[in-house]
Write a protein that binds this ligand. Structure first.
Ligand SMILES: *Cc1c(COP(=O)(O)O)cnc(C)c1O
Length: 406
């Protein structure tokens, strides 16, 4: 068969191209006015005070840990069911990732087990809205609150400005999702979005951190600190100097190099202006998968991914289908067969305790049986805004034919 259905190509229109060309011709291509506008528009979209745009979600997650001096001797709780970035950044700052299993039969972290894992060393919790489906934020806040008495901030750091571990959401998948009618981006203390090429809204590479006031810290102060850390600790960004025609700047600390370019921000602004439509298309395609699989005689073998619930509207980033009774080997074989028929699929995710590096650190998948159960029979089908209803039907036909043979 000559069908070729890719997994997640970007949705780029002439509008993004025009916006990028305009920046290229403007004489200012790195962080500048487009980025400032993009930040304001994102904050408005998420009903929150502030957004800072950076060159990746990974950078955003790391910088939030850094502004609170989370590091050596500290623990950060997260899920094993995620991309490496979520836990790698905990190691980058010198803290210890503490994995907490997912809820039985679900892709998202278990709030009850979070409460059990909190110790006096716990400084932050990083849940992941898997596939764009929000975690149980109220239950996670409740778990944090129940263990508040254990919290031991380090002196002379921002840790003393709050009275409990931080809730830092890895919302790389969930821009546009809502939790109890509140937009993701205004639910956790800090929310980090990714604009990587495969994400719902893309700038090729990019990310943003959303926040309001946190504890005794005002959002403006947090913004300033994140800006400093993202660009070599420079008190004034290059654009302000350029505008003012002055060349004076001071280095306040040894910052990093995590700023986003105006080329990327211009692309992001167009994507955000189109985002309502992009989300709607994804939702329609997602629901079409569900309808078509429901009507199939083999549907009792399929475990359909989470629907929207009254409290949670997802952003339909992935379609993570599972096959009842399949082992890891069965699933891997099926993926190969699908590929020979021109259908690109993916696994979300190989739990981090199964990765060689994390194994060497002493983690073991046996302690995360629910994550393993979700992983071993999971196949993510193509889902992107440019997919057509006809494509969905083709995917379904190829998939069911291969499944029958398996
Ligand atoms: C993509 C992704 C990231 C990293 O995003 P970048 O912008 O590439 O740094 C982090 N967490 C999850 C769950 C992701 O899917």
């Amino acid at each position: 068969m000559s069908t070729k259905i890719p997994f997640a190509p970007p949705d780029i229109t002439q509008k993004e191209i025009d916006a990028v060309v305009k920046v290229l011709k403007s004489g200012w291509i790195t962080t500048g006015p487009e980025t400032k506008h993009f930040e304001l528009e994102l904050a408005t979209y998420c009903h929150n005070d502030k957004a800072i745009c950076l060159n990746s979600a990974t950078a955003g997650l790391e910088l939030v840990l850094r502004i609170f001096d989370i590091g050596e001797g500290d623990e950060v709780i997260t899920t094993p069911y995620t991309f490496a970035a979520t836990a790698n950044i905990i190691l980058h700052v010198g803290a210890k990732p503490v994995f907490v299993d997912v809820k039985p039969g679900e892709f998202n972290i278990d709030p009850v087990m979070i409460a059990d894992a909190i110790t006096p060393r716990t400084k932050a919790i990083i849940p992941v809205d898997f596939g764009g489906f929000p975690v149980d934020y109220d239950e996670i806040y409740q778990a944090i609150d129940n263990k508040k008495n254990l919290y031991q901030p380090s002196k002379n750091t921002w840790q003393t400005k709050i009275d409990r571990p931080l809730l830092l959401a890895d919302s790389a998948h969930s821009l546009g999702a809502t939790y109890k009618n509140k937009p993701i981006g205004s639910v956790a203390d800090f929310t980090v979005f990714s604009f990587h090429a495969v994400k719902n809204l893309t700038t090729a590479e990019g990310g943003a951190v959303l926040f309001g006031d946190v504890g005794d810290l005002k959002s403006q102060k947090i913004y300033k600190q994140l800006s400093l850390l993202s660009l070599h600790g420079q008190s004034k960004d290059a654009y302000s100097n350029y505008e003012a025609g002055s060349c004076y700047y001071s280095i306040e600390l040894a910052g990093y190099k995590y700023n986003i370019t105006d080329i990327a921000s211009a692309m992001g602004r167009v994507q955000l202006s189109r985002y309502k439509d992009i989300l709607q298309k994804r939702k329609t395609l997602y629901n079409e998968y569900i309808r078509i699989f429901h009507d199939n005689p083999l549907h009792s073998r399929l475990i359909i991914p989470p629907f929207d619930s009254p409290d949670k509207q997802g952003s339909h980033h992935l379609f993570p289908l599972r096959i009842d009774g399949f082992s890891e080997t069965d699933r891997n074989k099926l993926i190969e067969v699908l590929a020979t028929h021109g259908l690109a699929t993916n696994i979300h995710y190989i739990p981090l305790p199964m990765q060689p590096f994390y194994k060497r650190l002493g983690y073991h998948i046996n302690y995360y049986p629910e994550a393993f159960a979700m992983y071993c029979n999971e196949i993510s089908l193509p889902l992107y805004s440019k997919l057509t209803m006809a494509d969905i039907n083709t995917v379904q036909e190829i998939f069911i034919k291969a499944l029958k043979k398996a």
